[in-house]
Design a protein around this ligand. Structure first.
Ligand code: PRT
Ligand code: MG
Length: 217
């Protein structure tokens, strides 16, 4: 049995065409089903639904053999584990694309604050990425860890800036925030448990190959 860990929403939806390329169809809809383990049209493949942040944990510890996770999630997971996540990452799937950016309130002069060498208060869920970005720029920051709704932080005075994912930019716009820096482009990757790859080499290799053939341009 091959167990694939996916999160509901965009990653699940955008992984379906890749599964189709491997001849696999998920036979239940995660949005309406209450099941956490979904069967597929292949008796030896099942999907487990986990939180996006839990995908690397499931795969690293063998709760799943393979998984799909955003680069954002993978960098933070490695950061939380001393830089070593133990995951084999054979493919950038080029799905669930967005960018990691710095955003501030429209009336906050970010450039001036950076130039003056002021300490900047930055709220984010992505502390590893943010710490590294500002350290590389030589900017002193106080990082404030949040678990959601980062956009609220500059509006309430909790922080001067946020580091968050942006795709259309509509969420920033709706909250009077402006993107002042792009840190990196983000897409989702295939992650594989190293022991599972050794034990189950042929079927997992075949799955990786099929996924590779269907990566969107
Ligand atoms: O939502 P939940 O708390 O359950 O979990 P999650 O946010 O970790 O998962 P999910 O499914 O929302 O995101 C899974 C992965 O999709 C992320 O790890 C990213 O790699 C990728 N991805 C791609 C995104 C976005 N685009 C995205 N736009 N993840 C989140 N967003 C959010 C962003 O945080 C912001 O709040 O969408 C909002 C901005 O969108 P725009 O279009 O208004 O700019
Ligand atoms: Mg989300």
């Amino acid at each position: 049995m091959i167990t694939l860990a996916l999160s509901k929403g965009r990653i699940f939806e955008e992984t379906l065409p890749l599964l189709a390329a491997a001849g696999i169809e998920v036979t239940e809809d995660p949005e309406t089903s209450r099941k956490l383990i979904l069967p597929t049209t292949r008796a030896d493949v099942r999907v487990v639904l986990v939180r996006a942040t839990d995908v690397p944990t499931y795969v690293a510890h063998g709760g799943a053999d393979i998984g799909v996770a955003g680069k954002d999630i993978l960098i933070e997971y490695a950061g939380d584990n001393g830089g070593n996540d133990g995951l084999y990452q054979p493919l950038d799937l080029n799905i669930a694309k967005c960018r990691m950016s710095v955003a501030v309130r429209a009336d906050f002069d970010y450039e001036a604050a950076v130039k003056q060498g002021s300490r900047i208060r930055v709220a984010t869920k992505y502390t590893t990425i943010a710490r590294e970005h500002f350290a590389n720029k030589g900017v002193h920051v106080d990082l404030i860890k949040l678990y959601g709704s980062m956009e609220l932080a500059p509006l309430t005075g909790l922080a001067d800036a946020i580091v968050d994912l942006v795709s259309t930019g509509n969420t920033l716009k709706a909250n009077n925030l402006v993107e002042v820096e792009q840190i990196m482009l983000i897409s989702s990757r295939l992650v594989v448990n190293q022991a599972a790859l050794k034990l189950n080499r042929e079927p997992i290799r075949a799955l990786i190959k099929a996924f590779e053939s269907a990566i969107p341009k």
